[in-house]
Design a protein around this ligand. Structure first.
Ligand SMILES: [Fe+2]
Ligand SMILES: [Fe+2]
Length: 191
């Protein structure tokens, strides 16, 4: 089934989001290795948790692309790895772009066409990226204050919703995921 004219822009947006999430996954995976090398094992855990969440977003987007008759394919770009502080700023910048600009625009377009599957996957990603932005912001503040004895210095558990990618540093924060209602017991523990 080819993509219908009605869904052309939505599918284009889904492909852009799929590419963004796939590349964020690749980027954060490399940033985690660098954070471990810098002795910032908690920051490394955060990068790994966020990388897993981006993988969930990419898979969700891919499913909808297929539903609408498209094919989820993208290029993975070379990753520029700098210091962990710089990598955290890069990561935060990407998350803020998605939260403030990219996903709200995509969500608006999908809503205008009443495409509920696209609305759902964009909303899940938008809400999960807010949790990443918050956690990256906290890590940056701690690192800039020289507080390597805080959580950024020690490997720690993060909890990732397997459905929407919502990411938390707290075990059993809620009974259910506040974004998608998935039971908290199903959350993945990433360290
Ligand atoms: Fe993210
Ligand atoms: Fe969720």
């Amino acid at each position: 089934m080819p993509v219908t004219a009605e869904h052309t822009v939505t599918v284009q947006n889904l492909l852009t989001a799929f590419e963004g999430e796939s590349n964020a996954n690749a980027k954060y995976t490399r940033f985690a290795v660098r954070a471990d090398a810098d002795g910032l094992h908690g920051a490394a855990s955060l990068f790994r948790a966020a990388a897993r969440a981006e993988q969930i977003h990419a898979a969700n987007h891919a499913r909808v692309i297929k539903q609408l008759g498209g094919e989820a394919r993208c290029e993975i770009h070379a990753v520029e790895v700098k210091t962990t502080l710089e990598n955290l700023h890069t990561a935060l910048g990407g998350e803020l772009y998605e939260v403030d600009t990219m996903y709200p625009g995509f969500l608006e377009e999908a809503t205008a066409h009443n495409n509920t599957s696209a609305m759902r996957t964009f909303t899940f990603a938008l809400e999960a990226e807010k949790t990443h932005a918050r956690l990256y912001g906290e890590a940056i503040a701690l690192l800039e204050a020289g507080k390597k004895d805080s959580w950024i210095g020690t490997a720690k558990d993060f909890f990732v919703c397997p459905v929407c990618g919502y990411t938390s540093e707290t075990p059993e924060e809620h009974d259910r995921c506040p974004v998608c209602n998935c039971p908290w017991a199903k959350f993945e523990v990433i360290r």
